[in-house]
Design a binder for this molecule. Structure first.
Ligand code: KQY
Length: 379
């Protein structure tokens, strides 16, 4: 049973661990809505199933599916993947699931943020979103983890932590008028301190070009380990992504983390530019109230949108011109992990990628130190 607590994680000695710390499992939800996923979501379901199978080689996966899709989902996955029934509005558990927090005594709890479908009635991606709003509480019930109800709108993809008090976020998203109008940067920092243990927030500017989440940081940058950040990068000056990444790079170079360290920034090439084809756009049902998909739409593609499983990096295969180089760079960042590429264009077409569809459950207890062997900067 999960109890809703009146206190905050910081008061109770809980913190959000980094994704590179050990996990006890991973949650994914089954994509279904035909106004976001083309061809009745069948190609996306294949892609999600491949991600689930890849992650499940390294840590136990729970897949959540609606009652209507439960049998089909079960039949497409290995028996070792747990399939549970859950009604959702879409399949982005990074954003709708809880942010898990742990303490030193082996406790596991979750932060349940308010969710408004990436902007509510001011640029949000669909409505209603009431089933998504209930996802975090429901997952915490299944995990038997107590719940903190946080007082702001926030999605899990809008934050990354090094587990040691440093949080990465973008101004574009966290300060957007469609999330928490009236809340100052200082007040948001204070809430991140109370709910995640963030002592220092590193504010990047904008997220990946044309990202419909209003610039989630998880598509732009992530921690390799404390003090080392991977940044999606384009050398092409005529591409708006170049200026966005250059600005983020400069901000990171000027910043120091919660322990006073400067950052090493590793550039990860951006795929593409990739755009939506006519066939892909035509396969999505056009429905009033849902963001339309159009031929030529620039896709917010990024290899940073990967998942760090126990002993592996599950990364998206997006562009044959870059996939091998990316695998090599990721391999040099994470020398003790296996690199597992999964074809992910179908996930990208829905507006996100592998990191956006996964939610890790941290292992309870003390942090296992990450080996620190790679100090190479790739420029
Ligand atoms: O970036 C994410 N964390 C989620 C992407 C959501 C896209 C909805 N169409």
């Amino acid at each position: 049973m999960s109890v809703t607590l009146d206190s905050t994680p910081a008061e109770d000695g809980y913190r959000m661990p980094a994704e590179f710390e050990p996990h006890s499992g991973c949650w994914i939800a089954w994509p279904e809505r035909p106004d976001n996923w083309r061809d009745a979501a069948r190609p996306a379901q294949d892609a999600f199933a491949q991600v689930a199978e890849a992650v499940n080689r390294f840590e136990p996966v729970t897949m959540a599916a609606s009652r209507a899709e439960l049998a089909r989902c079960r039949s497409l996955l290995s028996a070792s993947i747990r399939v549970v029934e859950m009604e959702t509005d879409d399949a982005w558990l990074r954003d709708t699931g809880p942010t898990f927090v742990i303490d030193r005594a082996g406790g596991l709890r979750g932060v349940d943020w308010h969710f408004n479908a990436w902007g509510g009635h001011d640029g949000g991606l669909y409505h209603p979103w009431d089933r998504d709003e209930r996802v975090a509480a429901w997952m915490l019930e299944v995990e038997a983890a107590d719940r903190y109800r946080a007082p702001i709108v926030l999605e899990g993809g809008a934050i990354h932590t090094d587990g040691g008090g440093t949080v990465l976020a973008t101004e574009e998203c966290l300060l957007h008028r469609n999330r928490n109008p009236g809340l100052s940067r200082k007040r948001i920092e204070e809430i991140l301190r109370r709910y995640l243990g963030a002592e220092t927030v590193i504010w990047l500017g904008r997220g990946v070009y044309n990202d419909e989440t209003d610039g989630h940081v998880d598509n732009l940058a992530c921690f390799v380990r404390p003090g080392v950040v991977l940044l999606s990068w384009s050398d092409e000056r005529s591409d708006p992504q170049h200026e966005i990444s250059r600005d983020a790079h400069e901000r990171l170079e000027r910043a120091t983390d919660a322990r006073g360290r400067s950052f090493e920034v590793i550039r990860l090439p951006s795929p593409g530019p990739l755009t939506m084809t006519k066939t892909e756009a035509a396969g999505v049902d056009a429905v009033t109230g849902t963001r339309p998909r159009r031929l030529g739409d620039r896709l917010a593609a990024s290899y940073v949108n990967s998942y760090l499983a126990n002993g592996a990096v599950i990364f998206p295969l997006l562009d044959r011109r870059f996939d091998d180089e990316v695998a090599e760079i990721l391999g040099s960042c994470f020398p003790d992990r296996e690199m597992v590429g999964v074809p992910a264009r179908e996930i990208l077409l829905g507006g996100g990628n592998i990191h956006c569809i996964t939610q890790q459950v941290p292992a309870r207890g003390r942090r296992a130190p990450e080996p620190c062997t790679n100090r190479r900067t790739i420029r």
